[in-house]
Design a protein around this ligand. Structure first.
Ligand SMILES: Cc1cc2nc3c(=O)[nH]c(=O)nc-3n(C[C@H](O)[C@H](O)[C@H](O)COP(=O)(O)O)c2cc1C
Length: 264
């Protein structure tokens, strides 16, 4: 396989002294201000350089076995954006009819997103992770278990690169939108011909970015004590299935669509 030529600075590291706050603070400013919006200013054009900067961030992400199992398709043609948006709006209608009870967002905003990147992966890369390449009959159950985890390794890898891209966009001043409602087989089938994506490749999500059409807002985040244990999982943080279902029923729509100051 051809290996891309890299620039001479590629191998140089610049790791700060432990505890240096400057970079942490700069990073936190980006992390805190990365916000989702679902409608962008359609009159804005993302400079080509920004796509380069964002992809440069994505490619440094860690990945299982350093496979870097990702591929990004930048979509610029308005008809293609519209065709993908149309699919999602149809999906939105299907969900409403099917009474899935998920507070599905308004996907019309996809069509006018200035930054539009489809995130793909080749699931065959799972073979690069610990699996049995030629599982004997008695190894099949074990192989199934390992393959299940290998799939998680692959998905986590692509999510790491995707997150790096989102943070780079946020650092450049853009609002972002991470759309995963695309994983179902029928969505995959609809998406592939629009972008000429081969059957071997899975479309995992879409990354949209741009200036927001309306004022963005900060959503509710759990506090550190709520998400942290030391040495032993804090049982007080374990929710019952009823509690989870109650959260879904009473809070999910609020945390998805409201400012953190409006969550009771
Ligand atoms: C893995 C993942 C999947 C998501 N899928 C969707 C999606 O399909 N549609 C959507 O509108 N938002 C999606 N989002 C965006 C979340 O709804 C959003 O990140 C969350 O409400 C928190 O808001 P924030 O990004 O402003 O912090 C997804 C985010 C992540 C990380």
């Amino acid at each position: 396989m051809a290996v891309d030529k890299t620039d001479s600075a590629e191998g140089c590291l610049d790791i700060p002294e432990i505890g240096t706050r400057g970079r942490y603070d700069a990073l936190m400013q980006v992390l805190r201000n990365r916000v989702t919006v679902r409608r962008f200013r359609g009159d804005f054009t993302v400079p080509a350089e920004h796509f380069d900067l964002i992809m440069e961030a994505a490619r440094h992400a860690p990945s299982g076995a350093n496979t870097q199992p990702w591929h990004f398709v930048v979509v610029s043609e308005p008809e293609k954006k519209q065709a993908i948006a149309d699919y999602f709006v149809a999906e939105q209608r299907f969900r409403a009819k099917a009474k899935m009870k998920f507070p599905t967002p308004d996907y019309r905003g996809l069509a006018t997103a200035p930054g539009f990147i489809v995130v793909c992966s080749d699931m065959r890369w799972v073979e690069a992770f610990p699996v049995f390449p030629d599982a004997r009959f008695e190894q099949q159950e074990l192989d199934r278990m390992y393959r299940e985890n290998a799939e998680r390794i692959l998905l986590q890898s692509v999510a790491a690169a995707t997150m790096s891209a989102h943070l780079a966009a946020a650092a450049l001043g853009y609002c972002v939108w991470w759309v995963t409602a695309i994983g179902q087989e029928n969505a995959q089938k609809a998406m592939r011909p629009i972008l000429g994506i081969p059957d071997e490749i899975s479309v995992l999500d879409i990354f949209l970015f741009g200036p927001p059409a309306a004022e963005p807002y900060k959503r509710w985040k759990k506090s550190v004590p709520e998400i942290l244990s030391h040495d032993r999982f804090r049982r007080s943080q374990l929710l019952s299935l009823e509690q989870i279902r109650d959260w879904i029923k009473t809070r999910r729509h609020k945390v998805m669509y409201r400012d953190s100051s409006h969550i009771d």
